[in-house]
Design a protein around this ligand. Sequence first.
Ligand code: 13P
Length: 253
Amino acid sequence: MRKQIAAANWKMNLSYAEGEKLIDELLAAGISLADHQQVVLAVPFPYLTMARDRVAGQKNYSVAAQNCSQHESGAYTGDTSAAMLASIRVPYCVIGHSERREYFHESNEELARKTDRSFAHSITPIFCCGEPLEIREAGTQNDYVAQQLSESLFHLSAEQLTQLVIAYEPIWAIGTGKTASTEQAQEMHAHLRAVLAKQYGAAIADQVPILYGGSVKAGNAAELFASPDVDGGLVGGASLVAADFAAIIRALK
Ligand code: 13P
């Protein structure tokens, strides 16, 4: 079975002490994961080693950075490189979250370079895609996300693609309480997989976990994750409440 992943994206929330408490509460729920299941906590940079150490020894729990530089090293004040993340043993990095695309003007081309930097240091990219409301209303969301994938990912080898995680996050569903319907999510995930299959073949595309993000809650996770092409979620708000995120983890296939 494809990897099923519950990923928490804390974004720029919580103090260090609140982060420690949240992880302790989450682990106290005592959820043991199957071999094909994974929990990933995307925490702010200063909390990465703390979070890494807290989940150490818990089977299939790990951490992610929320971003990395497109550059290998050098005079980029304030930036954090994939090499630095690898040096503190961070296994995942979120790349191209819509908030970074919007507020930091990250282009598909820049995200291709960030993906390359991550792979160069054996970090698994959690590559985000998703359309804004006006694109959904115009009905052109399939072409829009296909272009995000083709411009940022299609230079990758088939081997690299099997190491990738994709998160589909419709922007109109992020932090709005408005979730894509199960049908909308499954339809888009199947489309994304078909786009990958056309480029790399079905056998490769079938191996790529595609997570759904956008107002995933304790109450809707099981229904969303039940769809055949929805391989878990990338969760913002509900990941900041231990009991809610625990319920979302339990909803994994
Ligand atoms: P919400 O779960 O708060 O809608 O955020 C989704 C998201 O952006 C996760 O990366």
